[in-house]
Design a protein around this ligand. Structure first.
Ligand code: CUA
Length: 159
C-alpha cells in the first residue's frame, strides 16, 4: 500500500473540487448566461471575399423588426473597416459577420461583449442587443501594421 501524505491527499481533493467547479462554471456561462465565444462561422477566400455576396455589399440588413445582421470587412493598406458607421434603433439585435481581406485584425465594440479575432479566410460571428441609445465605437485590437490605429468606426444607436 502506497503511503500518501495527508497534505497530498488534501491537494488531490482540492484539485478535483476545482475541476468540478470550473467545468460547472463553463456550463453555467454557456447555457444559463448565454455567453458565446466567437465562432468560425464560415470559411471564405480572402482574395475574393470582397467581390462575393454578401461581403461585396458590406453593411446592415434588417431581417425582421428589431433583428439585423451586419457584414463588416477589415483591411490593411489602407487600414479601415467597411462600413465605418452602422446606425440601428434602440433595442436592435445585431449579428455581426466580420472577415479580413488580408492580415489578422481584431473587432471590438466598446461597452459590449463583442470582441473577436478577425482572420483572413474565416468569418467571425457574434450577436449583441443594443438596449441603450448612444455611440459604441469599434476598433481593431490586433496590431496589423503601421495604420493599425486608423482602424475604427462606430455603432450609432438612435431612437
Ligand atoms: Cu487591423 Cu489592427
Amino acid at each position: 500500500m502506497i503511503h500518501v501524505h495527508v497534505y497530498e491527499k488534501w491537494w488531490i481533493v482540492l484539485t478535483i473540487i476545482m475541476l468540478v467547479a470550473f467545468t460547472a462554471a463553463i456550463g453555467v456561462s454557456a447555457f444559463a448566461a448565454g455567453i458565446q465565444v466567437p465562432s468560425p462561422y464560415a470559411l471564405v477566400d480572402p482574395k475574393t471575399v470582397a467581390k462575393t455576396p454578401p461581403f461585396d455589399n458590406p453593411g446592415l440588413r434588417e431581417l425582421s423588426p428589431g433583428k439585423y445582421e451586419a457584414y463588416v470587412l477589415a483591411q490593411a493598406s489602407p487600414w479601415k473597416f467597411t462600413p465605418a458607421e452602422i446606425r440601428v434603433p434602440v433595442g436592435a439585435t445585431v449579428t455581426f459577420y466580420v472577415t479580413s481581406v488580408d492580415v489578422q485584425h481584431g473587432f471590438k465594440i466598446q461597452d459590449t461583449n463583442i470582441n473577436m479575432q478577425i482572420l483572413p479566410g474565416q468569418v467571425s460571428k457574434l450577436t449583441h442587443t443594443f438596449d441603450k441609445a448612444g455611440e459604441f465605437p469599434y476598433e481593431c485590437t490586433e496590431y496589423c501594421g503601421v495604420g493599425h490605429q486608423n482602424m475604427f468606426g462606430k455603432i450609432v444607436v438612435g431612437p
